[in-house]
Design a protein around this ligand. Structure first.
Ligand code: GTP
Ligand code: MG
Length: 269
């Protein structure tokens, strides 16, 4: 007798991210429980199937492992069709690979809307900071914030030691099943709970990461006193610690106050 619990589910998952971040190794670590230190670039796309039993479902997971090389874009773009899960991977020891995530998102969103035929997208994206066995140049909090504020969960892994790999894939299957049971729409419970915006996070980062007070406020050196006051007003509203729940608002607000005072003094000299 066939019951719901005997159901065969097929999922399609793809891997994205710069060359050399460890996409193939992560998949190999999960599927074959091993790690190969020698780098073998993926040429175009690798394909593999893995079968798992979870919550009494029989799952067939089709994994398309993409090359991160821009040369292979034309090959990759065909394979976004009908995708349900995306592993967006960067290397925590390579800051540039983190900074490239935005352009991977742009490619992904463009391709998904091309293939979705107007349906509401319910593709699950996991952002993965791999190689966390190495000396990091991207902090966990920064990456988590980047992912969460865009509505994606964040995981850290090491394909070399195996840390976090099983947990990340278990979570992925769990969310894929929840989505399937929810009629193909991502349940709210699978989304990170954030009460702040990308605009707030970017304003905080700009205040923190710049030494120059004009740049902290997003202004040019040629700006007027009125520009300073207007930028201050806008940012104060955005980051006031009584209103903003974005992490780091309080310190950023102090930086903002100091920057404003220092800049106004210059104009009054
Ligand atoms: P492309 O296929 O070219 O896009 O690269 P990829 O993202 O698939 O990278 P791949 O998995 O081939 O790994 C690249 C290199 O990083 C290899 O030399 C791996 O051995 C190494 N590597 C992968 N994961 C880890 C990790 O977690 N820690 C360390 N230390 N090295 C890793
Ligand atoms: Mg590869």
């Amino acid at each position: 007798m066939t019951t719901k619990s005997d159901q065969l589910l097929r999922f399609k998952v793809i891997s994205l991210g710069n060359v050399n971040v460890g996409k193939s190794c992560l998949i190999k670590r999960y599927c074959e429980k091993r790690f190969v230190p020698k780098y073998m670039a993926t040429i175009g796309i690798d394909y593999g199937v893995t079968r798992i039993r979870i919550r009494n479902y029989d799952i067939r997971m089709n994994i398309f492992d993409f090359s991160g090389h821009p040369l292979f874009y034309e090959v990759r773009n065909e394979f976004y069709r009908d995708v349900q899960g995306i592993l967006l991977v960067f290397d925590v020891s390579n800051r540039r690979s983190f900074e490239s995530l935005e352009s991977w998102l742009t490619e992904m969103k463009k391709e998904l809307s091309l293939h979705s035929n107007g349906h509401k997208s319910s593709v699950i994206v996991f952002v993965i900071g791999n190689k966390n066995d190495l000396k990091r140049t991207v902090e966990e909090n920064e990456a988590k914030l980047w992912a969460n504020v865009r509505g994606y969960q964040y995981f850290e892994t090491s394909a070399a030691t195996g840390t976090g790999v099983q947990e990340m894939f278990d979570n992925l299957f769990s969310v894929l099943i929840d989505t399937n049971e929810n009629g193909g729409v991502l349940p709210d419970t699978t989304l990170p709970n954030v009460n702040f915006t990308i605009e707030q996070v970017e304003a905080i980062n700009r205040l923190r990461n710049n030494k120059d007070n004009f740049e902290r406020l997003g202004l040019k050196h040629s700006c007027t006193k009125e520009d300073v006051l207007a930028a201050y007003k806008r940012l104060a509203k955005l980051l006031h610690p009584d209103k903003s729940e974005a992490p780091g608002s309080e310190d950023a607000f102090k930086l903002l106050l100091n920057a404003k005072t220092e800049l106004l003094n210059r104009f009054d000299k």
